[in-house]
Every structure is written in structure tokens, then in C-alpha cells.
Design a protein around this ligand. Structure first.
Ligand code: SF4
Ligand code: FES
Length: 247
């Protein structure tokens, strides 16, 4: 395939940035999207030009690093996958593909297609953990019976990889789906109930401090989430928040 790429280029956080057009040729439909980006970068380096900066790590849909807004969709046109799992067979010869970074005030662009997602880390640090005595007397987790239904829903929530596609997709740049997943994975388990009230209050407070918008139940986040995190988690977080507010 021969393709035209329109890519956001921005030297640093202070640069205004602009869309730049590139041509790539002989792209195999079996390549991943990031491999196609590698082809572009190799050609840029060969010409002595600055390669396009983009985030990636595992390239297996696990780490949550890859984060491209492709043709107006977070992680591109496929469903239930990350950018690194997107394949070029989703495109046609002659296509023009627009590639942008996540756009959100709380995710400022660092360079080209890389944004600063440390806001998510600060939200996690505000409560996305349980406090356990690891002095050697730790109770075996398997000693606490947990209904399979709850364990499964907790595991589903825990599958959030913190990529930020939900924020990038939301018209309000809301981080509610991410925070709700992190709150839910603990709220559903007895180990998480001990600090549940403080957790939801602190994480929501940090989310607001970071400048994320509010949820208006549009549901775009759920559609674009590569891990299928359900809006039910937002409803659960709201219930947890209400309960904690009434303490
Ligand atoms: S909820 Fe989904 S889209 Fe949002 S950070 Fe987690 S995995 Fe990514
Ligand atoms: S590079 Fe790890 S999820 Fe895409």
C-alpha cells in the first residue's frame, strides 16, 4: 500500500505544533500500525530528518503506552485493541491517515505524538492500592472466600491498562472510566473494602485537581476503550462516592 500520512509535529511542550504531510510506500497489510510508523521513521532518519516521536513499549496490548488518535479515533478504527495491535489491513491503498496525540488539558503534549500522562499516576498514588502488612504474617489471599461473580468483575476492572483513550475520546476529557476502573477493582473485593471510602474520595479529588472534565454519560469512552471497561464501573464509583460522602 502507498499512503499519505498527516502527522502532528511539535518540537516540545512550548512549540505551537502543526500537521505535516508524509508519504510512505510499499506498506504491507500485515504490518502493525507502529511498524508502519517505524518505516516512516527509518526513511526520515535516512534523509537526516527528525523521526516522529511516539510512545510504545510492549507492542502486545498490555502496557498502555501506545496512544495515537488515528483518523479521529483513539487507537484507530478497530475495536477492543490498542494502537500497537492495529494492523494496516484496516486501511486501503491510497488512503490518507491523520495521526494526532491524545488531546486533553490534563495530558499536555511533550513532543510530536507523546503526551504527559503522569496525571494518571498521581490519581493512582492518591488511593489505587491496598495497605497490607508484609511483615511475614500476611494472610494468604486464598484464605478469604470471594464469590466468583465479584472476582470476575474485579478482574474485568483491573484489566484497565491506563492508556488514556477514554480521556482522549471524551468530549469533556473526563477520566471517569479510568478512575472508576481503579476504584472498582478494589471496591468489589473484601481486601479493598477497608480503605474504600478514603480511596474513592481521594482519587476523585485528585482527578478534579488534575483538570479532567466531568462525565456526561455519553459512553464514547466505553466504545473506544481497548479493554472493554464498562460504564457500570462509573455507576459503581458514583455509589461509592455517595456512600463515602455521607460518612
Ligand atoms: S478505562 Fe480503558 S481507555 Fe481508559 S485508561 Fe483504562 S484501558 Fe485505557
Ligand atoms: S505498546 Fe504496550 S499496549 Fe501498545
Amino acid at each position: 500500500m502507498n499512503l499519505t500520512l498527516k502527522i502532528w509535529r511539535q518540537k516540545n511542550a512550548n512549540d505551537k505544533g502543526r500537521m505535516v504531510e508524509y508519504k510512505v510506500t510499499d506498506i504491507s497489510e500485515h504490518m502493525s500500525f507502529l511498524e508502519m510508523m517505524d518505516v516512516l521513521n527509518e526513511s526520515l532518519v535516512a534523509k537526516g530528518e527528525e523521526p516522529v516521536a511516539f510512545d510504545h513499549d510492549c507492542r502486545e496490548g498490555i502496557c498502555g503506552m501506545c496512544s495515537l488518535f488515528i483518523n479521529g479515533e483513539a487507537h484507530g478504527p478497530d475495536r477492543g485493541i490498542t494502537t500497537c495491535q492495529l494492523h494496516m489491513r484496516m486501511f486501503n491503498d491510497g488512503d490518507t491517515i491523520t495521526i494526532e496525540p491524545w488531546r486533553a488539558t490534563a495530558f499536555p503534549v511533550i513532543k510530536d505524538l507523546i503526551v504527559d500522562r503522569t496525571a494518571f499516576e498521581r490519581i493512582q498514588q492518591a488511593g489505587g492500592y491496598i495497605s497490607v502488612n508484609t511483615s511475614g504474617n500476611t494472610q494468604d489471599a486464598n484464605a478469604i472466600p470471594i464469590p466468583k461473580y465479584d472476582a470476575d468483575r474485579s478482574m474485568d476492572a483491573a484489566s484497565c491498562i491506563g492508556c488514556g483513550a477514554c480521556v482522549a475520546t471524551c468530549k469533556n476529557s473526563s477520566a471517569m472510566l479510568f478512575v472508576a476502573a481503579k476504584v472498582s477493582q478494589f471496591a468489589l473485593l473484601p481486601q479493598g473494602r477497608v480503605e474504600a471510602a478514603d480511596r474513592v474520595m481521594n482519587m476523585v479529588h485528585q482527578m478534579d485537581l488534575e483538570g479532567f472534565g466531568n462525565c456526561t454519560n455519553t459512553g464514547a469512552c466505553e466504545v473506544e476503550c481497548p479493554k472493554g471497561i464498562s460504564l457500570e464501573n462509573i455507576a459503581r464509583m458514583n455509589r461509592e462516592y455517595l456512600k463515602a460522602s455521607c460518612r
